[in-house]
Design a protein around this ligand. Structure first.
Ligand SMILES: Nc1ncnc2c1ncn2[C@@H]1O[C@H](COP(=O)(O)OP(=O)(O)O)[C@@H](O)[C@H]1O
Ligand SMILES: [Mg+2]
Length: 347
């Protein structure tokens, strides 16, 4: 659907642009519908540059990026607008996508003007609300807020809601999990899984192997601008071919392993709140995947993952949980109606 063929990006640097920095070299891959492809690489490996080229935010130096058979480099005006109707991005820092003096509803107003001028206001409001609800936001909580009054996770979900109004086919998600808090992370991961099941193709850019493994069907490993390995996620993680991939995987001995289905039923039964501390979640118990949860609280000792009140906040649940998960034993403290959870040894 979206294909990169031998794509290279050389940035001109230095005072007069006299130096060149090759950020991406000869990258070829596809983003397919109904699939999450993770693009994994260390900082500076060229991931965001690839994302930006796909989104036409920076031109390719050579090679082609084509969408449904058309080279996107030449798109202008109406045809470029059509491209953005189908291909959208959500970035690491959602604050940078917003002008802080505007309220959140403005991002919806701008796409109405560009893409849906003939839709009536009342119909449009209905669509915006439905879209916000589909990403787990309550429209009245966010629409009249200024962007600094919203959390990073809320902003990212607003951007995803906005993209959904455009009936996108491809979403480029660049490090979107990194800056949001633990409980929201799980929401966003669940949301991506949901988008995928609705036929969207997602390019999930991350430096985090375990996250890439958890979320994607296919994996691309990028090293210094070069794709060194690519394939079914399971294959890449279980049987890496490239020395660099092997090295990356040995650096994270446990977390890259996929937890088998059914391995963590008790954890799954816990549920998470979307809003953090102490409040029972509106997320169904089955909506939290164990590895997502594990990941969510890794390194977040202070953050509270609340349990669904009526089911999980009991000691015997916790016991079961601890027994089931000897592999990565977490520290679980039960405090009345919520859990405080951390990985053992993590701060
Ligand atoms: N606008 C730019 N001008 C010059 N160099 C850039 C620019 N953007 C990124 N780079 C350089 O390109 C390389 C790849 O950067 P980037 O794509 O942001 O990597 P990643 O997202 O994997 O961390 C880095 O060396 C970075 O410094
Ligand atoms: Mg980046």
């Amino acid at each position: 659907m979206l294909t990169l063929d031998n794509v290279t990006k050389v940035y001109k640097t230095g005072t007069f642009g006299g130096e060149s920095l090759p950020a991406v070299r000869g990258a070829s891959f596809e983003i397919r519908p109904g699939e999450v492809t993770s693009l994994i690489g260390e900082s500076g490996s060229g991931k965001s540059t690839l994302g930006k080229m796909i989104l036409r935010l920076t031109p390719v130096t050579s090679g082609t990026i084509s969408f449904e058979g058309t080279d996107v480099a030449g798109l202008k005006g109406k045809r470029l607008r059509e491209y953005y109707r189908h291909v959208q991005g959500v970035f690491q820092d959602p604050f940078s996508s917003y002008n802080p003096v505007f309220r959140a509803d403005r991002v919806f107003a701008t796409i109405k003007r560009s893409y849906f001028p003939s839709v009536s206001n009342s119909e449009w409001h209905g669509r915006v609300e439905a879209s916000l609800e589909s990403v787990g936001l309550n429209p009245v909580d966010v629409l009249d807020k200024f962007t600094h009054q919203l959390s990073g996770g809320q902003l990212q979900r607003i951007l995803i809601a906005r993209a959904l109004l455009l009936e996108i086919k491809i979403l480029v998600a660049d490090e979107i999990i990194s800056m949001i808090d633990a409980s929201t992370r799980v929401d966003v991961l669940n949301l991506l899984a949901n988008l995928k099941s609705r036929g969207l193709g997602v390019l999930f850019i991350t430096h985090d192997l375990s996250l890439g493994n958890y979320i994607s069907e296919r994996t691309i490993i990028l090293r210094r601008g070069v794709v060194v390995e690519m394939g079914a996620t399971q294959k890449v993680f279980d049987n890496p071919q490239h020395d660099y991939t092997k090295m990356l995987l040995t650096a994270v001995p446990q977390l890259h392993k996929k937890w088998g289905a059914g391995l963590a039923p008790e954890l799954e039964a816990m549920g998470v709140t979307s809003e953090g501390e102490g409040r029972p979640g509106r997320y169904s118990r089955s909506s939290m995947h164990p590895l997502a949860a594990m990941h969510a609280w890794k390194g977040h000792r202070a953050q509270v993952v609340a349990a669904a009140l009526e089911t999980a906040a009991s000691a015997d649940r916790t016991d079961t949980y601890l027994r089931t998960h000897e592999e990565v034993p977490p520290l679980v403290e039960v405090e009345e109606d919520h859990f405080v959870v951390t990985s053992a040894g993590a701060e």
